[in-house]
Each structure stands twice: as C-alpha cells, then as structure tokens.
Write a protein that binds this ligand. Structure first.
Ligand SMILES: Cc1cc2nc3c(=O)[nH]c(=O)nc-3n(C[C@H](O)[C@H](O)[C@H](O)COP(=O)(O)OP(=O)(O)OC[C@H]3O[C@@H](n4cnc5c(N)ncnc54)[C@H](O)[C@@H]3O)c2cc1C
Length: 230
C-alpha cells in the first residue's frame, strides 16, 4: 500500500499528531517537530485498547501486561493469560497457542467472539477457556512472572503466568483532539471539510474492507468539492 501511495505522489510523514486546530479556513496539525496545514482533514486514527483499571494491577506488573499480541514479540513456551472473550481475545489465543500455553479468562459466561473462532480455539489443546473468572489483582513475583489473583464464582484462585494479554475492548482513538476542536468537529463534517473514516467511527464494525470503503468515499466527496464544484 505504501509503495502504491508513493507512486501517485502521496507524501508519508512518520509523525504523531499531538493537536489539531481549525482557524476558520485551514486545519493546523501540530506535531513535535513541525506543523502541517491542510484544507481538508481525514481522521483515520483507528482505535486504542481499553486499559486495565489501576485497582487490578500493581504498577510493577506493567512490563508483563500487554494489550496487543504483536507487542509480545512471538514468545515461546510461555504461559499466557488472556482477559476478554471477544474476537480479539480468541484471535490472540489462536495466534499464540502453537508455541505457548494460553488460558482465556472471561468474567462472565457470555462470549462475544465469532462462532468460528470459538470452534477453532476449542480444538486446540494448548488453549484453556475459563468463564466466570475475574481478575482481582496482578503483581510480579520473583522468578515466577506474574501472580494473578482471580475470583471464580466466589472462590479466590491464583495463577502464575509469564504474560497477561488484555483484550477487553477498544475505544476510538481521538485523544489528540482537544475539547475546542472536538466541539467544532460535527459542523466541519457537515461542511465536508473533515471526515472520520474506518475504525475510529465504526463501533463494533471494524473491518479492513469497511475502512478502505470509507476512505474511498471521503476521497470522492473531497474530489467533488475541490474539482467539480469549484
Ligand atoms: C486483533 C485484531 C484482528 C483483526 N482481524 C481482522 C480481520 O481478520 N479482517 C479484517 O478485515 N479486519 C480485522 N481487524 C480490523 C482491522 O485491523 C481494522 O478494521 C483496520 O485496520 C482499520 O483501519 P483504520 O485505518 O481505520 O485504523 P488502524 O489500522 O488502526 O490505523 C490507524 C493508524 O492511525 C495512526 N495514528 C493514530 N493516532 C495517530 C496520531 N495522533 N498521529 C499520527 N498517526 C496516528 C496509527 O498509528 C495507525 O497507523 C482486526 C483488528 C484487530 C485489533
């Protein structure tokens, strides 16, 4: 995709936008090193994982707690607990189970994953699924990785794992918009100057094809405003 963009002259800047300002005519995107100005703005910043509340984990445990499977860097022969019971939890378990032992901890009996993921996971001997089990506290323990204190139907249980992977949902990633800009956003969208596309606006309907389709639609709308109307 990057190669394709470069061939048509799109500039890719590896910069984190820290703030967006609108002065009535243009957008100003503030980064650590420069400010970028533009007439139209497409927000495609995706989602960010929901974090464990502080009351459930010791600060010192954070280096063994992860929110995306990619950040674990393909561990081997590790014991990994996954919190959650949606698509991401089961997808992560299937990714890790070939080389590790995985336990999925679900605080209720309700699973929110696709039936296909559930069926696949249940065929893998290195995946264990434990419903009605809630994390009370995660803390590091010398030479034993993480100690998890769990509440399982009123009983308190303990697990020792190497890593904890948390997949308890994702929220739109718009934290770089300050309240002033957030208030202007709806009007700018109606005026066709700003667009939200992909996961950042699609709730539970997060799919690559939908994000690409949103992007194409935004591009066509901007083309219409810039070329056809002017
Ligand atoms: C575990 C998992 C499995 C999935 N499996 C599938 C699947 O099998 N099939 C499928 O179709 N979809 C799948 N998806 C969903 C798919 O990944 C998303 O729908 C798609 O990536 C959405 O694209 P996006 O561009 O909206 O957001 P993203 O792909 O999340 O991209 C957002 C981008 O914005 C950047 N960004 C964020 N904030 C800033 C900032 N302040 N400044 C600069 N850049 C910023 C991020 O670095 C990132 O590159 C899966 C998602 C997950 C989490």
């Amino acid at each position: 995709m990057e190669e394709q963009l470069r061939t048509i002259g799109v500039e890719l800047l590896p910069l984190r936008v820290q703030k967006v300002e609108w002065d009535g005519k243009q957008f100003h995107l503030l980064t650590a090193s420069q400010t970028i100005h533009c007439d139209y703005l497409i927000l495609a910043s995706g989602t960010r994982p929901r974090l464990l509340p502080d009351r459930q984990a010791d600060k010192a445990a954070q280096q063994r707690i992860f929110y995306q499977v990619v950040d674990l860097h393909q561990p081997r022969q590790a014991k990994i607990a996954i919190i959650g019971a949606g698509d991401a939890a089961f997808d992560y378990a299937l990714n890790l189970a070939a080389d590790n032992h995985v336990e999925i901890l679900n605080r209720t009996e309700v699973r929110r994953c696709l039936p296909l993921l559930w069926e696949r996971a249940m065929r893998v001997p290195t995946i264990r699924y434990t419903p009605n089990t809630e994390l009370l506290w995660a803390e590091p323990e010398r030479n034993k990785g993480l100690r998890l204190t769990l509440s399982c139907l009123g009983e308190v249980e303990t697990r020792w794992v190497d890593y904890l992977l948390v997949a308890i949902g994702r929220d739109p990633n718009l934290s770089f918009l300050d309240p002033t800009f957030a208030q202007q956003l709806a009007a700018l969208e109606v005026a066709g100057r700003c667009y939200r596309i992909g996961d950042v606006k699609n709730g539970i309907f997060r799919q690559t094809a939908i994000a690409v389709g949103d992007g194409l639609k935004a591009a066509m709308q901007i083309y219409h405003l810039v070329v056809e109307v002017s």
